[in-house]
Design a protein. Structure first.
Length: 91
C-alpha cells in the first residue's frame, strides 16, 4: 500500500487535532473547579466539583500522548507488513 504525502499529513493533523481537543477538555475541567472554588453557584452539592480533577489529569495525559506521540502513531498506522517467508522449494 502506497501512502501519499497528503494522506500522511492529514493523518498527522487529525491526531494533533484530537490532542488539542483533549487539552481543551482538560482546561475546561480545571476552569470549572476554579470557578466552583470561587464560590459561584454552579448547581450541585458543595464539594461536588472535585471529581473533575481526575478527569482533567486524564485529559491532560491523553493530550500529551497524542500531541507529542504523533510520529509514533503515524509509524504504527502506516507500518509496512513484513514479507511472508517462503520455503526453499517455493511452497
Amino acid at each position: 500500500m502506497k501512502v501519499t504525502e497528503t494522506e500522511f499529513s492529514v493523518f498527522r493533523a487529525i491526531v494533533k487535532g484530537i490532542g488539542v481537543y483533549e487539552l481543551v477538555l482538560c482546561m475546561s475541567d480545571l476552569l470549572y473547579v476554579l470557578i466552583a472554588r470561587a464560590d459561584f453557584k454552579l448547581g450541585g452539592p458543595v464539594g461536588h466539583e472535585w471529581h473533575y480533577l481526575p478527569w482533567a489529569v486524564f485529559h491532560l495525559c491523553v493530550a500529551f500522548i497524542l500531541i507529542f506521540g504523533t510520529d509514533f502513531f503515524c509509524r504504527i498506522a502506516f507500518a509496512r507488513p513484513a514479507p511472508a517467508e517462503t520455503n526453499a522449494d517455493g511452497a
